[in-house]
Ligand binder design. Structure first.
Ligand code: MG
Length: 245
């Protein structure tokens, strides 16, 4: 890490906190503002085409791909869905999405912990989502970095499973604050766990009172109709905005 001459000289006991260095912060600001400009270009493109873009975020194993598989097959003929998959490695999820009946492009981020607007632009150019369709971007699995990077989406959905524990919204507030929708997944497992669904929802709403919450199980199908209803309504709205423009 770069240090400015003279910095912290007076206090040899002070600790170096990552990101506390002036230059590190400047670089972060530059990266984020470049990303923001590209995200706005993506957003204009989606709006102009009436594509409803969802940024789907959540920890590894929260059930992101499983929710998508079931949504794609049950909304077939009702909503046209295509998917951009983000993972550090493998094309497994894109293959699962194609097997479920939707087109998909896989992005591998290597050491990277999130997708950015430039990666998305490249994937969308290849994917060419249809006018009036829904594009779902499954971000790299974690509750930290994806919250920082706008991709140009119209809605941010965080998916969080009941097996992850009641306290996660309090421990990872940025992700829950940045989201429009919370999908609480795997509720079919509740009888086997010592967690309270109401407490989980309450913790999430303490961080972000505006969150729209869907408690679902992609296994039993419980709660999925409300989630599908939201996807359909927002998808139709994107088409209306486009035709009014
Ligand atoms: Mg996945």
């Amino acid at each position: 890490m770069h240090r400015h001459p003279g910095e912290d000289c007076a206090d040899t006991n002070s600790q170096t906190v990552p990101g506390s260095d002036g230059r590190t912060i400047e670089l972060e600001v530059a990266i984020l503002s470049k990303n923001q400009a590209l995200a706005e270009r993506n957003r204009d493109w989606f709006v102009g085409r009436g594509v409803f873009a969802i940024n789907l975020m959540g920890g590894p194993g929260a059930g992101k791909t499983t929710l998508l598989e079931r949504s794609i097959s049950e909304l077939q003929g009702v909503v046209s869905i295509s998917v951009v998959e983000g993972d550090q490695a493998t094309a497994r999820d894109a293959e699962r999405i194609r097997a479920a009946g939707a087109s998909a492009i896989q992005i591998n981020t290597g050491a990277g912990c999130h997708l950015d607007a430039q990666m998305l632009a490249g994937a969308v150019e290849r994917l060419q989502p249809l006018a009036g369709s829904v594009l779902i971007i499954e971000n790299v699995g974690n509750l930290v970095c994806p919250a920082l990077f706008d991709l140009g989406e119209a809605a941010r959905v965080v998916i969080f499973s009941v097996t992850e524990g009641e306290d996660k919204p309090l421990k990872y507030p940025h992700m829950f604050r940045a989201a429009d929708v919370l999908v609480l997944s795997k509720i079919d497992l509740l009888p086997y766990l010592h967690v309270e669904l109401a407490q989980m929802i309450d913790n999430a709403l303490r961080i972000n009172p505006k969150l729209q919450v869907f408690a679902v199980s992609a296994e039993s199908g419980q709660g999925l109709d409300s989630w599908y209803g939201w996807v359909r309504r927002r998808g139709q709205h994107a088409t209306i905005v486009k035709s009014a423009a």
